[in-house]
Ligand binder design. Sequence first.
Ligand SMILES: [Zn+2]
Ligand SMILES: [Zn+2]
Length: 193
Amino acid sequence: MSDIYIVPIELEDHSYLETLEKFIFNTFHLKTIRREIKINLQDTFDQNRVQYNSSLILRQLITSPPPDAEKILGVLDVDLFIPILTFVFGEAQLKGIGAVVSTQRLHNRFYGLPENREVTTDRLLKEAVHELGHTFGLVHCLQPKCVMNSSTYVENIDQKSAELCPLCQKSIKIEKSRSANKGFQFPWWGKKQ
Ligand SMILES: [Zn+2]
Ligand SMILES: [Zn+2]
């Protein structure tokens, strides 16, 4: 159990994924694997809101995770929501396996501004690391530059860095060693009867 699965879900432009995978590897020091997982996106569409329910997508994504998957990150380009919010950039299970992120509101064009590939990529890296951070048990961080600082608007994403602050890095290390020791067996000489 040591891989982060990157799952494009009906994603039109795959050209961001390579940079994303490299960045995720460098941040979490876990191998990334790109894999398609069958998701019925239409089932998660809300006719009234004209948006997709990210919790329902997440539920489908983690239904039968590959055995070697430590984390699964779904990447989409549709508009996501959870019922209590107008929209979300992504969603994750706290200390869980799954996370989703969408590029829809990360593009300048969404806000009527000239498109800028670099800006979109930068925002995607931040949001993906942020959501994956939640799966490693990180909650929102008060350090303004930390990637775990919460972002309500796209401007908030631009103000923070793509890096975890030292405290968040430390928490991830603890969480990773905790989950690595989960399957620990007593050696025969120390076996409890
Ligand atoms: Zn968050
Ligand atoms: Zn932090």
